[in-house]
Ligand binder design. Structure first.
Ligand code: TXE
Length: 508
């Protein structure tokens, strides 16, 4: 069941358009690119054009940055009290809720993922704005009992103009993760969605305008990463760059940011371990092994892409995971029966498939999947079936590298020490889980995982309240929770002399 042309037009009707192209949100207006350029968006479920959007170039992002600079340095936002910022963010959260159905369907058109996933994303996005709305008015400073006659305290202030570059796997939710804490803390934002999935960010821009944020506090610039994104990272008028995406691009962005030593937060890739001990609750472990890797077709930074199983449980667990993986209903995200949607683009599908070929070459056993969805849908859309490799070695590239698709590799261990050694044996350190009914063992193992996001007897729950980010090459800094707010602030110490007399350090 795919979208009809009428349904598609209906989903796009709230996006400002000109000459058939959806417009970006720059300098307080919805606008075409300065050179009139456009880009066709391809629906990953059927290869059809889902929309045409403005394709910004350097001049457009430059204009946005200048507008943002002016808004931060001289606009009303700087003197807008935290309570007023909070009210705007609460209103935005309510607007998102009001348009729940529209936004979730638009996200499915945008990215292809099943409606049941986009519905979660929309709710999470609204709640993210709500969380930071609440946080805006909470205490953020400190006072110190320093030696008299001083009183010393610390205040947090906004960093300034924040460039925010987001990926295609959670387009609306990533926009919320970036905008909400930055705005709560009083920054201004130039957000660049992925060129593959800008539609929900553009709809968000219309809601931002309705809510009434001052001009240029939020701008949504469209365009290619190496053009618009690169300039955002390089510009000396930008004070901070926040990025979610691949590790390679993260490195490029970090280098680009060195010119004015802007603050950088990076949320990058992963190859996260899901460690299952023989004493785990069997059905729960099977269930989360599937959810860990096949949710969003494995296109999740924290995906549990390595299933690390105790030897004595291996055959039983893997047989069940394979049996259930074969039953996963792959298809168009608009079909209510679909459990797993397409890969974002044909190019990315081919990258995932190249890893499947590599795994076979490397000598791993392809125990399940590996191919495309059969039939007409499979020909038109970018579908890779749930795939599982067994008999792997730790040095294989399919075990070490992020595939970012529905591909699970299975490893085995004999004892706790080996489980931890395998779990930590990649350059990444984003997430990881341990399944066991032995509570002491669970805690021991979790503390030894070199990863920023960990779970015991579950996989994937993500909360706006808790910090998100990675160790090692999975990133720098944290998003969400109070940590996410802090990462959009500068810290200023203020010393007050309570005894206003000369110090007498130098003689008269
Ligand atoms: O992501 P990119 P791609 C991983 C995943 C995937 C790989 C490549 O392994 O296979 O990254 O995916 C913008 N300067 N993740 O190429 O390039 C780009 O326009 C500034 C993990 O799709 O990281 C987009 O807005 N910006 C991940 C954003 O970066 C640049 C999510 C992400 O694109 C730029 C996605 C440049 N030079 C992919 N080049 C996660 N951590 O969740 C690109 N961009």
């Amino acid at each position: 069941m795919a979208t009809t042309i009428a349904q598609k037009e209906d989903l796009l009707r709230n996006l400002p358009q000109s000459g058939g192209a959806c417009l970006m949100y720059v300098d307080g207006a919805f606008t075409l690119a300065s050179d009139g350029g456009t880009r066709k968006l391809i629906n990953p479920a059927n290869g059809e054009v889902s929309a045409v959007v403005a394709e910004g170039v350097k001049e457009d992002v430059e204009r946005a940055i200048r507008g943002a600079r002016e808004a931060f340095d001289n606009g009303p936002w700087g003197s807008t009290p935290a309570l007023e910022r909070a009210k705007l963010l609460f209103k935005l959260a309510d607007k998102i809720d009001e348009h729940f159905t529209e936004l979730s369907r638009l996200e499915t058109l945008n990215n292809g993922k099943p409606v049941r996933e986009t519905e979660y994303d929309v709710t999470d996005a609204a709640n993210c704005f709500r969380y930071y709305a609440g946080l805006a008015t909470k205490p953020h400073g400190q006072t110190f009992d320093v030696p008299a006659p001083s009183q010393t305290f610390v205040v947090r202030e906004p960093i300034g103009v924040c460039g925010q570059i987001i990926p295609w796997n959670y387009p609306l939710l990533m926009a919320a993760w970036k905008l909400a804490p930055a705005l709560a803390a009083g920054n201004v934002c130039v957000l660049k969605p992925s060129e593959l999935t800008p539609l929900t960010a553009l709809r968000l821009a219309t809601l931002i305008e309705e809510v009434g944020f001052p001009k240029n506090v939020v701008q949504i610039v469209l365009g290619a990463g190496p053009v618009v994104g690169q300039h955002l990272a390089e510009s000396h008028l930008v004070d901070k760059i926040a990025f979610t995406g691949g590790t390679k691009t993260g490195r490029t962005i970090m280098q680009a940011a060195t010119g004015n030593l802007k603050k950088v937060t990076l949320e990058l890739g992963g190859k996260s371990p899901n460690v299952v001990f023989a004493d785990a609750d069997f059905d729960t472990a099977v269930d989360y092994a599937l959810f860990g890797i096949f949710a969003n077709a494995g296109q999740v930074c924290s995906a549990g892409s390595r299933l690390i199983v105790e030897e004595s449980l291996h055959d039983k667990l893997v047989a069940k995971v394979i049996e259930r993986a074969r039953n996963i209903r792959v298809g168009d995200g608009f079909d209510p029966n679909t459990e797993m949607g397409p890969i974002i683009s044909r190019a990315h599908q081919e990258k995932v498939e190249s890893y499947v070929a590599l795994g076979k070459q490397e000598g791993a056993t392809l125990a399940c999947g590996g191919g495309r969805l059969a039939g007409e849908l499979g020909e038109k859309g970018n579908f890779v079936m749930p795939t599982i490799f067994t008999n792997t070695r730790r040095d294989m590239r399919i075990v070490q590298e992020e595939i970012f698709g529905p591909v699970l590799v299975v490893q085995t261990f004999k004892d706790e020490a080996e489980a931890i050694a395998l779990a930590n044996d990649t350059v990444y350190g984003l997430a990881g889980a341990v399944f066991t009914t032995d509570i002491a063992k669970a805690h021991r193992c979790i503390r030894k995982l070199r990863a920023g996001i960990t779970w015991i007897n579950t996989y994937h729950p993500t909360y706006n309240e808790a910090p998100w980010g990675g160790y090692k090459q999975s990133g720098i800094g944290r998003e969400l929770g109070t940590y996410g707010y802090d990462s959009y602030t500068e810290v200023k110490q203020i010393n007050v002399n309570l005894d206003v007399v000369p110090s007498g350090w130098f003689s008269e």
